[in-house]
Design a protein around this ligand. Sequence first.
Ligand code: ACO
Length: 320
Amino acid sequence: MIYSKLLGTGSYLPEQIITNDDLAQRIETSDEWIRSRTGICQRHVRAAGQTTSDLALEASRRALEAAGLRPDQLDLIVVATTTPDMAFPSTACLLQAKLGANTGAPAFDVQAVCTGFLYALSVADQFIRSGSARQVLVVGAETFTHLLDWNDRNTCVLFGDGAGAVVLGASSTPGLLGTRLHADGRYAGLLSAPGSMSGGQVLGKPTVQMDGGAVFKFAVKVLDQVSREILTEHGLTPAAVDCFIPHQANIRIIEATAHKLGIPSERVVRTVSEHGNTSAASVPLALDHAWRTGQFKTGQLGLLVAVGGGFTWGAGLLQV
Ligand code: ACO
């Protein structure tokens, strides 16, 4: 039996920070409102000209360094992003060239918005389990702020830019115990950036549209469901989870989910206050934070969960 083992993690946040007070100077909001409803204190925003593949590059270099591998030792690159540098080539191909990774090896993007990293992890795991790849770079990277209308206080306070990456390697011991993925396209209208390009023109609204209350309720429901599904599948209960690594959208969603599952507060990774919702980058950013701070360590079991536009949602169980 072949498993995917976590060999290294890395992350990157752009230097520029926008605080809640900065936003309150531009729009009708306040630090108190944002903090109490979301737990967010600040978000990182890309510099002019900085693209998703630039953010991915920094996170990938750090993950490769942690794994002790060179870019030319990679068999596959999978990038989860909703905000690719361009329509094509894929961000993964651009990243391959920037990293100086193994040319000729496959590289492609997956798009599942905030669940993107779990989708990418699952795809990478199938490649490793089937013997098609031995060393895989999996990245979640977003410049989500370019999808924002900075005058829409309902959405612009929530998001930020960032990237996280992991290197997975084939191993005879677990590893990633498994993943569970879901999608339900009937809920597409609750959260979307519905604009499209045609003949060089943007058609429709290209910025984020959201029914915040409905998203909140849906998120708490499915994060609880998918966590129980994957734990049950592996004969486990929430008590077995040493480290809960959820998508970082809103501290209230994270805490409500952990409470429903009965996972104690000290086992929950929280990074949302520092960078807001970074979409597909959020889970690998939280994973890297937990790993580097020692909140998640060798011998432990991690539960990764995410939910996002689509709707999409998923979970992964990671033994390290
Ligand atoms: N500052 C001040 N007031 C605001 C702001 C703001 N930034 N944004 C909205 N408001 C106002 C609204 O206009 C509304 O005013 P009204 O009642 O006069 O119409 C009021 O605040 C709404 O307040 P609440 O109902 O108390 O807001 P709520 O507690 O529902 O919080 C929030 C709103 C934060 C959007 C919440 O619903 C939420 O977090 N939902 C989840 C959304 C999310 O996480 N999306 C991310 C993408 S999805 C994902 O990653 C899972």
